[in-house]
Design a protein. Sequence first.
Length: 239
Amino acid sequence: MPALIALAAVAVLVLILLSASVRVAREYERGVIFRLGRLNSPPKGPGLFLLIPVIDKMVRVDLRTVTLNVPPQEVITKDNVPVRVNAVAYFRIIDPEKAIVQVENFMVATSQIAQTTLRSVLGQHSLDELLSERDKINAILQRIIDEATAPWGIKQRAMARQAEAERERRAKVIAAEGEFQASERLKDAALVLSENPMSLQLRFLQTMLEISSERSSTIILPLPIELFRPFMGYGVAQS
């Protein structure tokens, strides 16, 4: 009886050790192993592998492409136009060991690098270039971010960038300002002409001179009604 109890205890202990030792990594995963705190190369996986209980610690790394949404960035372009830019960065880990050992949190670090690079690069281009040269700017962003993240074992694919419709907004603002200034000038001119009737006549003669210089087959001249008042009075007196 004691022998059976001992055998059962040994079997339970073996099962516990196996459960703590056996690991399975999927096709897109790798296990970075630390043995007594030291990196044990190469990474394990995919498939089944064993760890030494208590001695080995494993960090699981996903090798699939990661979609990183970069927070919207407020950027001042080279021609001093404020734009709000949304970006999405695509990257994947090509060296699991570096991604774990060389940087504390590769996701946060990559996001910060993407934000800083986005503001720096876009600030060196005008608004028209941001809207018309996306592929060129995309390549510049990818190259700079790749250089920064290469020591972390991370490879960028591309950064999709979308500037909001600042060109249309800017055109509307300029047009509105132009209309406002024109209306102010017309109001000032109307006040001047109302205070001095002779100015109105001089402006009328100037307009006639401008019309006469154009190549036109027909010219209609609006005459002031004051010119006809003597004749209108004469007709009334005769009747």
